[in-house]
Every structure is written in C-alpha cells, then in structure tokens.
Design a binder for this molecule. Structure first.
Ligand SMILES: Cc1ncc(COP(=O)(O)O)c(C=O)c1O
Length: 486
C-alpha cells in the first residue's frame, strides 16, 4: 500500500521535540506540522519557524510548544470550498477543526488542485446526442448511433469492419470465439498487461501461454513468442501497452509461418500506428476499450475491428444472442449479449468528433514530460521504439533497478503533492488465479523488473503546461529525496 494517513503525517503532540518535528517535516515534504494536545489543535510549526528558533539558540531537544505559532488561521468543518479557496490565497495551509477545536483535516493549494491520472473529457456533443436518445426513446442497442459509431471508428482506423460491444474484455472474448479459438487450444499472450486478455482466453476454455516482454516497448518479446509456439497453438494476442505498438511485422511473420490467428489488444492504443497503419489492422482482429480512463470513452464500451467481413457478420450474430439475422428468435449459436447501447454509442460518436485532437494533446503532453524529465538520471522515458507512432495513453516511465524498491515511496510522495501517479501492472504470472498457467522453465524477468519500476504519470487531456511542470517537479523532488535518504 502506498496510501497513508495524511493527518498523522502532518501532526505532532505539543510535547514532541524539535528534532522530531524536523524529521516529520522532512518526511511529509510539506514544510509544516500541526501541533496537537490530545486531539485539540494548539499550534502550527513550519520549517522556517524551526530555523528561526535554532538561530535564537533553541536546541533540538527543546519541546515544540515553546516555539510553535499560537496565532494562526483555522477554519470550521463544513466551510464552503469557495471560502477555503479564498483564504488559501493568503496562507498555504489551513487546518480544519470541529466544534471542539479538534483537527479533522487540512486544506492546501496542492490538495485543492488534485491532478488525477486520467479523466474523461465530455465537453463536446455528448450531452446533445445522449439527450437525443432519451427524447426519441432509443436507449437500448437499436438506434442510429451504434452504426454511426462503428462507421466513424472504421474510418478513423482505416479498417472496414467494426463491431461495437459492451466493453473491451468482451471485445476480446467475442473476437476469440468468432475466429474459432476453442477449448484446449493454446493462446500466447504477454505476462505484463491488464488481466482482461488472459481472462478472455480462459472464458473460451483455451489455455493461456504467458511470455515475457521487451524492456523498451513493454510488448511481447518476439524471441519468446517463437519459443512458445507448439502444435496446439492457435492464436496470439499482442497487447499494445500504454499506447506503444507491439512489433507487428515480426509477430505477423511468425503467425503466417505457423498459421496462427492474431488478435491485437488495442485497448490502450487508440491513435497508435505501427509503420503506416493503425494498430488493430495487422491481425485478424483488433479490440478496443472505452472505459472512462481511456483515450476516448463511452463510460463502458468496446469495439472490434475485423480483417474479414465474414468474421464481422459472424461476430455480430454472436454479439446478439446468436440470433439469426433473417429469422426472429431463431438461435443459430450459443451467443452472448455483448451489445453496446445507443446511449453509449451516442457518447462514442461525440468522442470520435474530438479523437484526433485528444491524441495530439496526449502526444504533446508526452513531449512536455520528456523535456522536463530528460535529465533525471537513470529513469527510462517512453518513446517511439521502431517505426511506430506512440499515442501515449498513459505516459509511463521506469525507475532504474537500484531505485525499484523505492517506487512506492515516490508514488506516496507524489500523492502528498495532490498528484495521482500509478504503478504499472503486476505480472499476470504473480497472481493466484493464473499461477497454474505458468511454465516454470520460462523467464519472466523483464516483466518482473518493469512491473516493479514503472510509474504512469497523469495524462489527462486537460492538463496544462503548469500541471505537467508540477507533476514533473513533484517526481524529481521524490527521486531526489530517495537519493538523499540512501
Ligand atoms: C490492455 C487492456 N485490455 C483490455 C482491457 C479491458 O477493457 P474493459 O475495461 O473495457 O473491459 C483493458 C482495460 O481496461 C486493458 O488495459
């Protein structure tokens, strides 16, 4: 866990020593501590107060009640955000107290301006199109927006055959089933990813085969892929992680020479290109997610682009309970209800009107981070490894090996600055439901290292240059502290 108790970390009892206060202020990196008697707030002490006290001749074993400030601004629980923000123009920290003068929280500029990891931007035509669904009563999966969303998505990715579904996980499952992956087949996929692809493979009854990843691209390692193929292998699922494309040329060569299906998991890679084509157009299918933190969102939602029209038609029948397109309530297959609603698609259509801008902004955010962080020693920055265009869904960096054990301290320190940074995925091979699929002879050292060292920095489309600078400074400060403390 890297979340901590914010009050505990910023407060001390009034009989504590100056040396203890110095330590606490050093740890909390806020430059201040609140002084309590029991739970009651009796004073505040800043690093400047301590410096001045020492210059006056106080020793480190003096008690802090002798040097704390007794006159300070506090505000009552329930004060309005507007009032607190007004006061924060005058002071950096405001303790919040209850009617018994007990400290219950505190406000600061940083806490007021929290920077989330990735938030949806819904300020285009989303509301208008969803209102249209409600006004016309087309709120389920029929109505014009589903087709429109599929058309716009096909056009954007230059693929001819798109199928909207309820989320990115069922997109993978539907693609696997539509392409004929069956129980007992082996499906090769990377060990470093979100768990959706392995779950989808398990739903089909096929056997997932986990392989290691490449240190730069974080996508599946092609040498490992070659070694993993057996006569039971029927499919490969490359994942384009954090927006960086997997090496599709090598993967497609291996697939062709072994007659294998390829399903590209593009959940994190809308707007990413491998050579001159959008990801998802190399394999037999490419799947996408529109969860709230993705490059475009429909709340929950997903899309599959298929290479062949015949597979698309089959998938559309399976998506709709396996029902015949020609005979009502005649089920040709054991199908699924994986349909997307017209309301989700309405949001999707509005998001597609903005998608090019969103992707350009993500790439500009990455350039800004690269500029701010390029001199941080030992930290690996993301980039374009090979002839690719990274869409930078989440700007993700890796700490050097010697700092991996401090990764969570860095996250913790940034959280105190009001910044939500995220550790990267845990290798699939380390989690209990999947341990049975691990091949003991296989080496997962790269996914293990990346998982311990990786940090995704805030990447929302509405970040300002100042926000990016604040995140970068907070990260650099956290790294400096780790270096000094060690
Ligand atoms: C790589 C990857 N694949 C698949 C999914 C699943 O998508 P969804 O959450 O829409 O089911 C996600 C994530 O959210 C993902 O990151």
């Amino acid at each position: 866990m890297y979340k901590s108790d914010p009050i505990k970390e910023i407060s001390l009892q009034s009989n504590a020593l100056l040396s203890t206060a110095m330590k606490l202020i050093n740890q909390n990196a806020q430059g201040i501590c609140f002084v309590l008697k029991g739970k009651k707030l009796v004073g505040i002490l800043t690093d400047g107060d301590i410096r001045r006290a020492i210059l006056k001749g106080y020793r480190l074993d003096a008690i802090i009640s002798k040097v704390m400030r007794k006159n300070f601004l506090s505000m009552a629980v329930g004060s309005s955000a507007g009032d607190i923000q007004k006061q924060l123009k005058k002071v950096d920290f405001i303790p919040i107290v209850n009617e018994s003068n007990e400290l219950v929280d505190y406000a600061s500029q940083l806490r007021f301006h929290h920077i989330p990891l990735a938030k949806p931007i819904l300020d285009g035509n989303e509301l208008e199109y969803v209102t249209d669904c409600i006004n016309t009563g087309w709120i389920s999966s029929q109505g014009k927006y589903v087709n429109l969303f599929e058309e716009k998505f096909s056009e954007f990715t230059s693929s001819n055959h798109a199928c909207a579904v309820s989320n990115g996980t069922v997109a993978l499952h539907l693609a696997l089933v539509a392409l004929g992956v069956s129980p007992g087949d082996e499906v090769v996929l990377p060990n470093l990813t979100f768990a959706a692809p392995i779950n989808a493979v398990i739903y089909t009854g096929a056997i997932p085969v986990l392989i290691d990843v490449n240190k730069d691209t974080m996508a599946m390692d092609v040498d490992d892929l070659r070694r993993a193929i057996t006569n039971k292998t029927t499919a490969i699922i490359p994942v384009h992680l954090y927006g960086h494309p997997a090496p599709m040329k090598e993967i497609m060569d291996i697939a062709k020479s072994n007659d294998l299906i390829v399903i590209e998991d593009c959940a994190e890679a809308l707007g990413s290109f491998y050579e001159d084509r959008h990801v998802g157009t190399y394999g037999d299918a490419g799947t996408f997610s529109f969860f709230g933190n993705k490059t475009i969102t429909t709340g929950e939602g997903g899309m599959i682009i298929f290479k062949n029209k015949s597979t698309l038609d089959h998938a559309k029948i399976l998506r709709d309970h396996g029902m015949s397109k020609h005979k009502k309530y005649w089920h040709e297959y054991v199908g699924f209800n994986y349909r997307m609603t017209n309301m989700q698609a309405a949001i999707g259509v509005a998001q597609m009107e903005e998608v090019s801008k969103f992707i350009q902004v993500k790439q500009a955010i990455a350039r800004e981070y690269n500029k701010n962080l390029r001199n941080v020693k030992g930290v690996q920055l993301p980039g374009n490894f090979g002839n690719v265009i990274n869409s930078y869904w989440l700007y993700t960096i890796n700490l050097p090996v010697e700092l991996t054990s401090y990764r969570d301290n860095v996250l913790d320190s940034m959280l105190k600055d009001g910044i939500e940074a995220r550790p990267i995925f845990i290798p699939i091979s380390e989690m209990p439901p999947y341990k049975r699929y691990i091949n003991k002879d296989r080496d997962y050292s790269v996914s293990t290292y990346l998982s311990k060292s990786g940090i995704s920095l805030p990447s929302s489309i509405d970040l300002t240059k100042d926000d990016i600078l604040r995140v970068s400074d907070s990260f650099i400060k956290a790294i400096d502290k780790v270096n000094i403390d060690n």
